[in-house]
Design a protein around this ligand. Structure first.
Ligand SMILES: CC(C)(COP(=O)(O)OP(=O)(O)OC[C@H]1O[C@@H](n2cnc3c(N)ncnc32)[C@H](O)[C@@H]1OP(=O)(O)O)[C@@H](O)C(=O)NCCC(=O)NCCS
Length: 214
């Protein structure tokens, strides 16, 4: 069984630990977190060993894989940085796929995808690397999802939606069929997107409209 270290020790990491244990996919040797207050604690029985400066040492000790336990509520850039850093150090991303997720045999998955409980990835859907399909989210047929995208819990991408790199789709949001969403755009929780979105937009509501950028 492969040995894996988790990066992040918050709530999202706990969800991934349960998914990995349920899938029986790997031995989790520990977690790394930037917050020193978490060091020495445990998450669901898994020790928090220190921060990500330990990655080279763990690699040299036989850990071959990492999982990305960093969640996000709008900005996916930290998830991206953590992922790229672990790759640079020579670790491989673990695909975390909960056993209750449904994935079409014709879907294609990039390295290091996370697909959580009761999520669905439909026919001919294509997911890039480090894509997070959160609990009960639905990615319908022929969708194309860019690297590092987070599709939050219960969101629905109807058929043939194309999301650029680093997009965040909020919990329960819906994107209508065939639409394109530009890189790093943020779709608020519960929004219904009815038009294409340019890069770096933040939209909320039904139908979704832009909000002022922070
Ligand atoms: C869209 C979002 C990123 C905006 O965050 P923000 O930039 O901090 O915006 P604010 O909270 O300052 O709100 C700005 C305005 O938009 C409104 N607003 C914020 N989120 C909204 C939403 N999801 N739907 C409708 N209106 C929303 C606020 O009420 C506020 O309106 P006002 O100016 O009339 O008072 C955030 O609210 C959101 O929905 N994030 C997604 C959360 C998520 O998916 N969580 C799941 C993680 S697994």
């Amino acid at each position: 069984m492969v040995k894996v270290v988790g990066i992040g020790a918050g709530g999202h990491a706990a969800v991934l630990i349960e998914a990995i244990l349920a899938a029986g996919a790997a031995e989790i040797v520990g977690l790394l977190d930037a917050d020193p207050n978490r060091h020495g604690s445990h998450v669901l029985g898994i020790p928090v060993l220190g921060n990500d400066e330990l990655l080279p040492k763990l690699r040299d000790a036989g850990v071959t894989h990492f999982f990305n336990g960093i969640g996000s509520v709008r900005n996916t850039s930290l998830r991206e940085r953590v992922f790229e850093n672990a790759l640079r150090i020579g670790l491989q991303p673990l695909d975390v796929i909960h056993p209750t997720a449904t994935i079409s045999p014709s879907a294609s998955l990039g390295p290091g995808v996370t697909i959580l409980a009761r999520a669905v990835v439909g026919t001919r859907a294509k997911l890039g690397q480090n894509v997070l399909v959160n609990t009960a989210a639905l990615v319908e047929h022929d969708c194309e999802i860019g690297d590092h995208v987070h599709i939050a819990s219960g969101a629905i991408l109807t058929g043939a939606v194309r999301l650029g790199r680093g997009v965040h789709v909020g919990a329960g949001a819906v994107v209508l069929q065939g639409l394109r969403v530009g890189n790093t755009s943020v779709i608020g929780a519960g929004a219904v997107v009815v038009r294409n979105l340019e890069p770096s937009m933040t939209v909320v509501g039904v139908p979704a409209k832009p909000v002022a950028q922070p």
